[in-house]
Each structure stands twice: as C-alpha cells, then as structure tokens.
Ligand binder design. Structure first.
Ligand code: RIB
Length: 296
C-alpha cells in the first residue's frame, strides 16, 4: 500500500504583526521569515515525520528548488513533482502576538496541474493505495474521480473551502478531515453534532474527523463517535497545525494504531506545531510527539 499526496507546495512569507491589517490601513510588520509551506507540502512532511513513506505529486515553478530540496531532505519522493514556467505558489501570512494567523494565497504553479500529468502519476498507483488531497491545487475533482475509479482510498482535507467543492464527487471520499468552519460551510449545520449528522446524511459511506481547535477533535464513523480533548499549550503560531494533525492522523491509521491513540498522537503533534513558528518548520517528529505524550 502506497501513499500519494497530490498537493500544493508554497513559499510562505510570514510577517509578525501587532494585529491583522485592516481595510485601508498600512501596517509595518515587525519581522519577516520565509519558510517552505503549502498545505500539501506540510502534510507530506507531517506524514514523513510520523514515519511514513510518501510520494508527493504536484507542480513547482522555476524558483521551486528549495521546495523540492526540503521534501527530499525529509525522504519524500518528489519524482511526481513537475517544474513549469513561472512562479511557485506562495502565501502571505500575518501572525499576531496571540499566534493567530491569516493567509493570502497565490496559487502559481499549484494551479497548473494537467490531466495528462494526473493520469501519468496515477498509473504508478493501484487499488488500495491512498490518495491524500487538499484544496490548494486545480483538478481536485478530476483526481477524486480518476483515483476512485482505480479503487484508491481518498482522504480529503477540503481546505481552503470554496463553494465549488460541493459539486465535486465527494461521495467517493473515504475520509474527510475538516475543521469546524469547513464543517459549517459544507453542511449548513451549526454545532459539531449537527455538522456531523448532516454530513453523514450526505455522505453515508465516509468517515469524518472534525477538529474543534481548543475543544479537541471528534472522529465520526458509522453511528459511532469518539471525542478526544485538545492539549492546552501556549500558541505562538497556528500555521500548519491542521496539516500536522492530518499527517499524523493518517500515519496512525496506516500504522494500525487504535482510534484513541491515533487521535491523541495527532492532537499532540498539532499542539507541538503551534508552539513553534513557521509552517513546515514547526512540524514535530514522532519522537517529540512520544516524549510530549509521555510527560502528560
Ligand atoms: O496550512 C498552512 C499553509 O496554508 C501554509 O503553509 C500556507 O502555505 C497555506 O497554504
């Protein structure tokens, strides 16, 4: 069983600000850090740091060298990442003293995937292999459609959410990893219970992992539901916390751990991620997660 992550690779320009810039305001930032990021790349790194072999597919621009090097340093297979003319994707991220962020995305090369490239990549994967997706690249629906026809298992983190997603073949998705805001947008429900009930009605075959920030996480499968509390830590930067959760969650499932252990490990990993600045740079390794858990 192989894991393919078809996803974005970004350069993150992270600015420390006193508050989020308001409409019409010009605000001086306190600091700029440039890191590798992108939901796709972050999730591949989280999977790799959780002990999984990952194949990353996607596109980078002419400036994509550092993105590829970063993946390779983590042992991620980048044979399916193509380089194209123009710029790689990037994100402009503001981080406040409370660790909150807001993100402006430029898709760049991430929006230049082609059906030919998808078909070529999927030809190397088989029934039962995993396809992990986020919503920062083009052709997500085509990927879901083609991979499900091959019998691959599809894991979707529908982030950033956009209305268009609701028209995709989401009934083919095996596992959704969503936060509360995405859950509301996808279902129209208000409370976590209502969100999960409505999503189950819409996609009865799927499993849902609903992250609730400081309130923890709820895993819902069939009629069962398991909730695990979050770890209380001091956040300095929440960027990539969700990506870290996704990578460690999926790794736990594929490593055959029990459901509660999977959730605790993923919550611990994202708690560690918010305690450090940056996206990919903040993602912990499995040994750090185990140490954190052993101290609780
Ligand atoms: O989830 C965090 C990521 O979102 C950042 O790394 C940024 O690139 C955006 O894609």
């Amino acid at each position: 069983m192989k894991v393919l992550n078809f996803g974005s690779l970004n350069y993150d320009y992270t600015y420390q600000v006193s508050h989020m810039v308001r409409p019409g305001e010009t605000l001086a930032s306190k600091n700029l850090q440039i890191h590798c990021g992108g939901k796709g790349l972050n999730q591949s790194i989280a999977l790799a740091r959780a002990g999984m072999k990952v194949y990353h597919a996607g596109m980078v621009g002419e400036d994509g060298g550092q993105l590829l090097d970063t993946c390779r340093q983590e042992g991620i297979d980048t044979d399916f990442v193509l380089a194209c003319e123009g710029k790689s994707g990037h994100a402009v991220i503001q981080v406040t003293p409370k660790g909150e962020n807001c993100i402006l995305l430029y898709g760049g090369a991430n929006r230049k995937n082609s059906v030919e490239h998808i078909d070529k990549v999927l030809a190397s994967f088989d029934e039962g292999d995993i396809l992990l997706l986020q919503n920062e690249i083009n052709l997500v629906n085509e990927l879901i459609d083609r991979a499900s026809r091959k019998g691959m298992k599809i894991v979707l983190n529908p982030s950033p959410f956009e209305e268009e997603l609701l028209g995709y073949r989401l009934d083919k998705v095996n596992t959704f990893l969503i936060n509360e805001t995405e859950g509301r947008q996808m279902s129209g429900g208000k409370t976590p219970e209502e969100i999960l009930m409505r999503l189950h009605e819409k996609y009865p075959e799927s499993e849902f992992v609903l992250t609730l920030g400081e309130k923890g996480v709820c895993l819902s499968f069939g009629k069962e539901c398991l909730t695990v509390p979050a770890f209380c830590v001091e956040a300095v930067d929440t960027t990539a916390a969700g990506d870290t959760f996704t990578g460690f969650y999926l790794a736990g499932v594929l490593q055959g751990c029990g459901r509660e252990e999977i959730l605790r490990r993923a919550c611990a990993a994202s708690a560690l991620a918010v305690m450090k600045k940056g996206a990919a740079a903040s993602i912990p390794r499995m040994k750090d997660v185990e140490l954190f858990l052993s101290e609780r």
